[in-house]
Design a protein around this ligand. Structure first.
Ligand code: NAP
Ligand code: MG
Length: 462
């Protein structure tokens, strides 16, 4: 798609307040593929005013009508799924097949789920002599990252719209084109002017202005823990609600009686997909000492198969960061069994699929989010040791448990300090609440739990 040189505000593409632009780069070949305006506080202010003006009308729109608009939005996204996939491939670098299967298909499914929920959710309930109403929280400031660029936009915009909120979106600077495509889709779907607004720009400028704006009632952020902490402090000072989807260092716990080959192969695929740029990735594989060597061998073989199949990471900065972590793993004494701290190609921001063995829980590569195709394999002595290691980071976003006996896996998962756990390879569920324990975040996205984030309650007594 062709980039717009304006902001989508109050139902139309309007010139930006300033002249600065952001260059969008294809990370696979380092070519500039377009430019978008770099918004300022003035653009954010115009967008928030448009959202405030549109809010009363949208809030008063019956849920069935909001559901109809969301169905139309889902249908437009579905009709443009090839274009979505091509756009994400161009600006993120993901292989086209993965963009089709995940970057396009998942947000279409999520938009569909909110089209349905908008029409069926109980916005009203009786509690004794009270009627409790779930009312929209107001104007939402949404700040999103680049790793699943359309999914992260839809996971905020769709429930906000279903709830009756108005939105201003500041997408990641690396992936603004699919955000513009989404704004076009909102327009085509016939959402009223001002209900959804887009301001492209840099985090510390446009993102900061959005988080600080007094006309924003809820800031919903997905990205790094460092920026999330900063945004939470701004929102806290203004006593406004905040939702945070942050990083992770999730554990893939392979209990001794598990199908080892399956657990290792699925685990490696989980880490390598999207070139490791997944907040919920199982980047720590925990294996019983009796099966450790076998697991390392299987993981190294599996990683080698991904060599030519994974895309680049998103930017030169991200490549440098990930390669730096690989160097640090070697320096701290972990054993590299696949991959390298050297870039595999001269052009494009590629990183080789990398596996470390002999990783101990105190190492940097066992504690910090790398956000690249890097797996750490750790050894445990018994189940209690595995649990201590699994819970031994500041994060708690996702995880996996594998066991021959499902009840044993469930019992282990219930003791993990984390928001989601896949049992023996359980499938992704777009209706299941997604979000973090501990420093992985505040609040939940997706399904009915994700809708509730955009509502506040009022009770009337009779
Ligand atoms: P980031 O800086 O946290 O970016 C997330 C979003 O916040 C982007 O839209 C960003 O704008 C914006 N932002 C940055 N500074 C801001 C500020 N002061 N006020 C308001 N908004 C601000 O993440 P990143 O730099 O893209 O990636 C860094 C690391 O974060 C990664 O290596 C990874 O570990 C982690 N990360 C996690 C997730 C996740 O899903 N949990 C997603 C992405 C990254 P810009 O695009 O202009 O920076
Ligand atoms: Mg950043």
């Amino acid at each position: 798609m062709k980039a717009h040189d304006g902001m989508y505000i109050d139902g139309a593409w309007r010139p930006a307040a300033g002249q600065d632009v952001i260059e969008v780069v294809n990370p696979a070949d380092e070519q500039v593929i377009g430019t978008v305006p770099a918004g300022t506080a003035a653009d954010v202010d115009t967008a928030v005013r448009a959202a405030r003006a549109a809010l009363p009308g949208w809030t008063a729109t019956p849920p069935a009508e909001r559901a109809a608009r969301l169905t139309a939005l889902r249908d437009v996204l579905d009709a443009r799924r090839d274009e979505i996939a091509e756009t994400v491939t161009a600006e993120l670098g993901a292989p086209l097949k993965f963009s089709q299967a995940v970057h396009a298909a998942v947000p279409i499914a999520v938009a569909g789920s909110y089209a349905e929920l908008a029409g069926t959710y109980a916005f009203e309930e009786k509690v004794g002599n009270s009627t409790v109403y779930q009312e929209p929280i107001g104007v939402v400031g949404a700040i999103t990252p680049w790793n699943y660029p359309l999914h992260q936009i839809v996971a905020k915009a769709a429930p906000a719209l279903a709830a009756g909120c108005a939105i201003v979106l500041k997408p990641a600077e690396n992936t603004p084109l699919v955000a513009q495509l989404f704004a076009e889709a909102v327009h085509e779907a016939g959402l009223p002017a001002g209900v959804f607004n887009l301001v492209t720009g840099l985090g510390p400028v446009a993102g900061q202005a959005l988080a600080e704006h007094p006309g924003v009632d809820l800031v919903s952020f997905t990205g790094s823990t460092a920026v999330g902490r900063h945004i939470a402090s701004i929102a806290g000072a203004a006593v406004k609600k905040v939702a945070l989807e942050l990083g992770g260092k999730s554990a893939n716990v392979i209990l001794p009686d598990a199908d080892l080959a399956k657990a290792v192969n699925v685990g490696v695929a989980n880490v390598m997909s999207n070139s490791g740029q997944t907040c919920s990735a199982w980047t720590r594989m925990l294996v019983h000492r009796d099966r450790y060597d076998e697991a390392v061998e299987l993981a190294a073989q599996a990683a080698a198969k991904y060599g030519e199949r994974i895309g680049p990471v998103v930017s030169a900065r991200q490549q440098e960061r990930v390669l730096g972590y690989i160097g640090k793993g070697v320096a701290e004494g972990a054993r590299l069994v696949a991959g390298s701290a050297e870039p595999p190609r001269e052009t494009g921001y590629f990183v080789s699929p990398t596996v470390f063995a002999e990783v101990t829980p105190d190492m940097t590569i066992a504690q910090e989010e790398i956000f690249g195709p890097v797996l750490s394999v750790l050894r445990y002595e018994d189940e209690e040791d595995a649990l201590r290691i699994a819970n031994g980071t500041v994060y708690g976003l996702a995880g996996a448990v594998w066991a021959g006996d499902e009840a044993r896996a469930v019992a282990f998962a219930r003791r993990m300090d984390t928001g989601q756990v896949d049992i023996n390879g359980g499938r992704f569920n777009p209706l299941a609440p997604f979000g973090g324990y501990k420093q992985s975040g505040v609040g939940r996205e997706l399904g009915a739990h994700g809708l509730a984030e955009y509502l506040q309650t009022k009770s009337l007594q009779f």
